[in-house]
Design a protein around this ligand. Structure first.
Ligand code: NAP
Length: 266
């Protein structure tokens, strides 16, 4: 039996659309689950991209297909308009939903005392210093040291996140069919005293980016993953790599990723 889980934000418009959607699905014989159980084959997210990111983080990046009905501002993940709800239900019932896979980035954070924690993000990780202070990081790829970075911070972005913060910082928009990570400097210092790369760089899926605080007297870092804040104390290293897990975003088959870029940005 077909089973749908509806996730929404608290906006009145989202609650109204979610209620209508629920009634329509039930009237067409679909079971609507109150929780995200293993037999759910479609998640419908009602809200903006921020709601989409919170769904992903709160439910640990579910692999069931996810359709986003946009009641937010930009709606890059939330690409189905509220008036297209019937089209979504029809395609779901006819098993005609297409989806696009998106990579996730995983960070493994190692503290000086040997403790490790891991987090994942759909868009990006941001690593910064405290307030407006510049940070100094040793950046490596796999086992090789690449640069000593000095500046406001760096972001490590997935293709999904390439249209988010990455884009505002001058990073490239990446087609989600490419499996890679993009490292973007935030206000890199490039003087005779400090030498940092001033452009973003791309690394393939098999490789990992490793950062270490370059100043042993200050090992505290401030991180954001998909906009969620995390204060990290006494850090030895953070390594970033693409996770094996991917999410499945429902798309109507008549528009390409680049049509979406054109419609949302130009
Ligand atoms: P937020 O207020 O939830 O989101 C900020 C804006 O970014 C919203 O307009 C959101 O769209 C849009 N957005 C989110 N992911 C996107 C993506 N993959 N492609 C295009 N636009 C996207 O902010 P937050 O909770 O602090 O952080 C959530 C995300 O916002 C971050 O992961 C980051 O990518 C982005 N962000 C961007 C900047 C910047 O560009 N300067 C600064 C901070 C954060 P909706 O309106 O549809 O929700």
């Amino acid at each position: 039996m077909k089973k749908v889980f509806i996730y929404k934000n608290d906006l009145k418009a989202s609650r109204t659309i979610a209620d209508e959607l629920r009634n329509k699905l039930i009237s067409r014989g679909v079971s609507v689950s109150e929780s995200l159980t293993g037999d759910v084959d479609l998640i419908i997210n009602v809200g903006g991209d921020g709601t989409f990111l919170s769904l992903m983080q709160n439910f640990e990046f579910p692999t069931a297909k996810v359709a986003g009905i946009n009641t937010g501002h930009l709606g890059f993940f939330q690409e189905i308009a509220p008036e297209e709800t019937d089209r979504l239900i029809d395609a779901y019932l006819k098993d005609e939903l297409c989806s696009q896979k998106y990579n996730i980035v995983k960070a493994e954070i190692r503290r000086k005392n040997g403790e490790t924690i891991a987090h994942r993000a759909l868009n990006e990780f941001v690593v910064k210093g405290k307030g407006t202070k510049p940070i100094h990081l040793d950046i490596g790829i796999n086992g090789s040291f690449i640069e000593k970075f000095s500046g406001d911070g760096i972001i490590v972005s997935t293709p999904a996140g390439s249209t988010g913060y990455n884009y505002s910082l001058g990073g490239s928009i990446v087609d989600p069919r490419l499996n890679l990570l993009q490292v973007v400097p935030m206000a890199p210092m490039n003087t005779t005293a400090y030498r940092s790369l001033t452009s973003s760089f791309l690394i393939p899926a098999e490789d990992q980016v490793i950062i270490r605080p370059a100043d042993s007297r200050n090992r505290d870092l401030y991180t954001l993953y998909d906009g969620r804040e995390l204060r990290l104390r006494d850090i030895e290293s953070i390594s970033f790599r693409l996770s094996n897990r991917k999410i499945n975003l429902v798309r109507f088959g008549d528009t390409s990723f680049w049509d979406k870029v054109k419609n949302k940005f130009l």
